[in-house]
Design a protein around this ligand. Structure first.
Ligand code: CMC
Length: 402
């Protein structure tokens, strides 16, 4: 009642108070729980950052050891889940497989489903309920890499690989992806480290479309696996998780560095979009893009330079000097370089959004946990609308309709 204006796209609606991630889009600042992203990328590792985002502080050594052990232990997937993966067509999109897998996983763990009991099972005051919540968190982070690798391998008709022991989170992921049966196979430390930093950069980005979807879904008190499935569905869309793939397609279509000026002219005429540039929040360079640029150099030293890199560099340099882009504060975002790195590492293009999901489940879980444990309990997210349809009409029987 009384609502006259809709805030389309939530441009001006804050739906929650949060202590997790801080972004200053005008000055290119990104902090997780107060720590600058640059420092975390330089000194930390993905699982430590996961702990930080979810629990609010950097872990002590014993706490980290427990967290790491639990996550890695829970990377094993119930053998019954394999049938689900095998039921997809060979060319199914891995995001569709992943979303279905998380949704199905919820049916394995009834103790995580508050909706079956009609109440929030997760309360701060009850240690057993917090332990229950931790278990779901370990499972989801642990199984994210295993599910991703299974979605990758099933499409190639290759057998699934049991998660190895003794490797880091990202090295274990690469092992499960690439293992071809060699007994002594160990993934490249350079590539595992590069992926670890990329995972840190993608772990959270406050209330983007998928994190909002996770919270909206969780606000009905459904289980966290269903929340993850909803988040994956949101990230699947090309306006969200698909931009790094769009960058590669754009670079392929440009073809050669000398074609860049003509391409930029077509962008200015609004015939094309410069993928990997621009951001709703950042009105200067995305701070993650500088870190990614450095990782790219490390990766290319090992894999060889991607043939599209020269075109990307010329495109970047010319756009950053061009008044059309500078006057609109358009600068590279996280996706401009990440696709080139993933391509050099050998991942297929339609797998790029999966490489976004695996680290982002951490951010989703941090937001979900914060909401479930918030003082005063969970309030269901039920927004309002401005109704602009018909006023009252009388029903007309079918034989009288024209
Ligand atoms: N290429 C050409 N022109 C652009 C671009 C672009 N990539 N981005 C914005 N503009 C123009 C836009 O047309 C507008 O021009 P004008 O004022 O003359 O009408 C002006 O720049 C301002 O744009 P905006 O309204 O501030 O942009 P937005 O906040 O509505 O959209 C965006 C943000 C990310 C959707 C957009 O910049 C875009 O489409 N970028 C390309 C896709 C991309 O790289 N997406 C990844 C985002 S980061 C990862 C993630 O969050 O999932």
């Amino acid at each position: 009642r009384g609502l006259r204006v809709a805030d389309k796209g939530f441009l001006n609606t804050a739906v929650i108070t949060s202590e997790i991630t801080y972004i200053d889009g005008d000055n290119g600042v990104l902090r997780y729980r107060g720590y600058p992203i640059e420092e975390l990328a330089l000194h930390s590792n993905f699982l430590e950052v996961a702990y930080l985002l979810i629990y609010g502080s950097l872990p002590s050594r014993p706490n980290f050891k427990v967290f790491q052990r639990e996550v890695m232990t829970h990377s094993i997937v119930h053998v019954d889940a394999e049938g689900l993966f095998k039921s997809f067509r060979y060319d199914a999109h891995p995001m569709a497989i992943l979303s279905s897998a998380f949704s199905a996983l919820g049916s394995f763990y009834e103790e995580a489903n508050p909706s079956l009991r009609g109440q929030n099972l997760f309360t701060k005051s009850d240690p057993a309920s917090l332990a229950n919540m931790d278990k779901q968190i370990y499972r989801i982070i642990g199984k994210a890499t295993t599910f991703a690798a299974m979605a990758y391998r099933v499409r190639q008709g290759r057998p699934f690989v049991t998660p190895p022991t003794g490797l880091s989170y990202t090295a274990s992921f690469l092992y499960q992806m690439d293992h071809l049966g060699q007994e002594d196979y160990v993934p490249s430390p350079t590539l595992a480290k590069a992926l670890d930093i990329l995972f840190i950069l993608h772990a959270d980005h406050e209330l983007n479309a998928s994190s909002t979807t996770v919270l909206q879904t969780g606000s009905s008190l459904v289980d966290p696996y269903s929340c993850m499935a909803a988040g994956i569905a949101s990230l699947y869309g090309p306006l969200h998780g698909g931009a790094n793939e769009a960058v590669i397609r754009m670079l392929i279509s440009i073809g050669h560095p000398e074609n860049v000026p003509a391409f930029l002219e077509s962008v200015k005429k609004r015939e094309r979009v410069l993928s990997g540039f621009g951001h709703r929040v950042y009105k200067t360079s995305d701070p993650r893009s500088f870190i990614i640029r450095k990782i790219a150099d490390e990766v290319f030293k090992e894999t060889g330079e991607d043939e599209l890199l020269k075109t990307a560099m010329v495109l970047h340099d010319l756009a950053m000097k061009d008044e059309y882009f500078t006057s609109r504060k358009l600068a590279p975002n996280v996706d401009f370089w990440s696709g080139l790195i993933y391509r050099a590492m050998g991942f297929p293009m339609d797998f790029f959004p999966v490489l976004f999901v695996v680290p982002r489940v951490v951010g989703w879980l941090a937001h979900w946990r914060q909401m479930m444990l918030q003082p005063g309990g969970v309030k269901i997210w039920r927004p309002r609308q401005v109704y602009v349809g018909e006023t009252k009409r009388d029903y007309v029987p079918m034989e009288q309709r024209v």
